[in-house]
Design a protein around this ligand. Structure first.
Ligand code: 8YV
Length: 321
């Protein structure tokens, strides 16, 4: 069998590709700091049998129609809203993602944002850097507690469950809203299923872990923020577009809610002139939910294993469909 050609949209460590080289011919975007431009992606993919891509690559209907010869698209992410699944199906292109391997790492980052927003860690660090630690006063940089508070998790999938386990360890009351109830989690973590409105009104921390779909686009809008407690902290580690960004800006700016910790944005990357950056009560991170060295390596390995199993094994390990 002729070696299948795999196009990879970012520069990956050669060491990870090494053991697959006897099975595949890899073509890879070689620049460390940039993503492959659209026109090059379209051109390079033309001769490929498989694609290993990132969440910021738009694998839309146009791309998949132009490259209908592809057999597999391996997305280096658990989310796959960047891929037009309908067109992939129509062209019989298999799509895979990277569930499980990133669950705990992303839950850690969720909690890091929760702690950093509630205890104002970034502001506090800045005080030292600006040489502004002048004295001690009782409410200097006082944040708000996590212990004994209510967390409301919207999207109780793998990552939501891992966040709930951490919340239990922190002595929090756990509410969740999901497409389906999860009786096991309710039993294990004493989590309570509630409707979306109850979750918004009763939670001190509202955490978004929902995938981006037609139903969840702009789910967190003016109406939602106005239902939250004035002391509520909003955390988003799923997709930027589940939030109506102008509404969140207004809610934070006018004190409708207390603070927000955001790892994702509707259009990425954002720059320092994004309105959020002007606010002290927001922490913005550059989409690093799964960014630990160990997890990023596992994700790439899973993509490569999916591609290997598709061409040489019993089929991909983690297919989306
Ligand atoms: C990205 C993510 O994969 O898995 C997801 O859905 O959003 C992240 O883990 C990561 O930013 C690399 O593209």
């Amino acid at each position: 069998m002729k070696k299948p050609i795999i196009y990879i949209t970012r520069k990956l460590p050669e060491s990870l590709l090494q053991s697959y080289k006897e099975y595949f011919e890899f073509h890879m975007w070689k620049e460390e700091e940039s993503s492959v431009p659209r026109e090059i992606l379209l051109k390079e993919s033309k001769m490929a049998d498989g694609l290993l891509c990132m969440v910021s690559d738009a694998i839309d209907a146009h791309y998949l129609t132009q490259n209908s010869q592809l057999k597999i698209v391996a997305n280096n992410a658990v989310g796959y809203d960047n891929i037009d699944l309908q067109t992939a199906k129509k062209n019989e292109i298999t799509v895979t993602n990277t569930p499980d391997v990133l669950t705990e790492t992303t839950a850690d980052l969720t909690f890091a944002l929760l702690m950093a927003t509630s205890r104002r860690l970034i502001e506090a660090n800045q005080v030292i850097r600006d040489n502004q630690w002048k004295n001690w006063s009782p409410y200097f940089l006082a944040g708000t507690d996590i212990y004994n508070k209510t967390i409301g998790i919207v999207g109780m999938g793998r990552i939501g469950t891992a966040v709930a386990r951490r919340a239990k360890g922190f002595g929090m009351r756990i509410l969740y809203h999901n497409r389906r109830k999860n009786p096991e989690i309710e039993k294990e973590l004493q989590a309570t299923y509630v409707d979306f409105r109850t979750l918004l009104t009763e939670s001190d921390f509202v955490v978004s872990l929902v995938p981006l779909t037609k139903e969840t686009k702009h789910l967190f809008n003016k109406n939602a923020f106005h239902q939250m407690k004035q002391e509520a902290i909003f955390i988003n580690v799923s997709r930027g577009a589940v939030v109506q960004e102008d509404d969140l800006f207004e809610a934070l700016n006018k004190g409708v809610i207390r603070a927000a910790g955001l790892d994702v944005f509707e259009t990425e990357p954002i720059t320092a002139d994004h309105p959020y950056v002007s606010l002290d009560n927001v922490i913005c991170l550059p989409h690093i939910g799964s960014a630990s060295e160990e997890t990023r390596t596992k994700m790439i390995q899973l993509c490569l294993d999916n591609i290997y199993q598709y061409f040489y094994g019993d089929g991909p390990i983690t297919p989306v469909f």
